[in-house]
Design a protein around this ligand. Structure first.
Ligand code: PGA
Length: 228
C-alpha cells in the first residue's frame, strides 16, 4: 500500500472559534466512518498545520474525543534557536508537546528572508525534539538538509495561483528526490484541489499533497482526503 500524506497548511488563517467550527465540521460522523473503512484499503495520514495560537486548544479538543483516526498536527515553522532571549520565537521544545510534524522552508518564509542556513538549523532542532520535518523545495536545485525524509515539492508559481504543475512533471521531480537525494516521501503542493488531487497522488513517486487555500474549507479538504 502506497503511503499518502494529506497535509493542510492553514497559513495565517483562523482564530480559535474558526478552528473549532472547522474541526467540528471536518470530523463529522460520516467522514469518521468513511475513514475507518478507508484505512483497510489505503494508507492515508492526515496532517493539519494550523497557526501556533490555536494548537493547544486543538490538542485538548482532540484528546477529549479520542477518535483513533490517522490525524496528526503539524506546525508551519519552528524557531532556529533552541531557547533563550529570542522574542517571539516558538521553539522545538515548546512544539514537541503539541505537534508531530513541522513544515520547514516554505517558499513564503524563504521570501521573508529564511535562508538555507536557517532551514538547516530548524531541521536539526526539529529532529532533536522528535518532530518530523516536511521540508519544502521549489525545484530539483533546492538543497535538502541531512536527516530529512519527507519533502514537499512546491513550485513557486503554482502556489495560490490556480495553476498547478503538471502531474507528470511533479512525478519526475519526486523521482529525482527519491532516487538521487535519498528522500523517502515526496509530496506535491501548489493549487491542489479535490478535482486535481488524484492526478498527483496516482503518480508513482508522489506520496501525497500539501494544500493551502483548499484546506481552509472543511468540506473541500475532506473531499481531497477522499479523492486522493
Ligand atoms: P495552495 O498553497 O494550495 O493555496 O496553492 C500550497 C502551499 O503554499 O503550501
Amino acid at each position: 500500500m502506497k503511503k499518502l500524506f494529506l497535509v493542510a497548511n492553514w497559513k495565517a488563517n483562523k482564530d480559535i472559534a474558526e478552528m473549532y467550527s472547522w474541526f467540528i465540521s471536518f470530523l463529522n460522523s460520516d467522514f469518521i466512518t468513511w475513514l475507518h473503512e478507508e484505512e483497510k484499503k489505503h494508507d492515508k495520514t492526515i496532517i493539519i498545520c494550523p497557526p501556533f495560537t490555536v494548537l493547544s486548544e486543538i490538542v485538548i479538543f482532540l484528546s477529549s474525543h479520542s477518535l483513533k483516526i490517522p490525524l496528526f498536527l503539524g506546525a508551519q515553522t519552528i524557531s532556529s534557536f533552541e531557547s533563550g532571549s529570542y522574542t517571539g520565537e516558538v521553539t522545538g521544545h515548546m512544539l514537541e508537546e503539541l505537534v508531530t510534524y513541522v513544515i520547514i522552508g516554505h517558499s513564503e518564509r524563504r521570501q521573508m528572508g529564511e535562508t538555507f542556513e536557517d532551514i538547516e538549523k530548524k531541521v536539526q532542532l526539529a529532529l532533536s525534539h522528535n518532530l518530523i520535518p516536511i521540508v519544502c523545495v521549489q525545484d530539483i536545485h533546492t538543497p535538502v538538509p541531512e536527516g530529512v525524509k519527507i519533502v514537499a515539492y512546491e513550485p513557486v508559481n503554482a502556489i495560490g495561483s490556480g495553476n498547478p504543475d503538471s502531474p507528470e512533471h511533479a512525478n519526475e521531480v519526486a523521482m529525482y528526490f527519491k532516487e538521487s537525494k535519498n528522500i523517502l516521501y515526496v509530496l506535491y503542493g501548489g493549487s491542489v484541489t479535490s478535482k486535481n488531487v488524484a492526478s498527483f497522488t496516482r503518480q508513482e513517486y508522489i506520496n501525497g499533497v500539501l494544500v493551502g487555500g483548499a484546506s481552509l474549507e472543511p468540506d473541500a479538504f475532506s473531499l481531497i482526503v477522499k479523492n486522493a
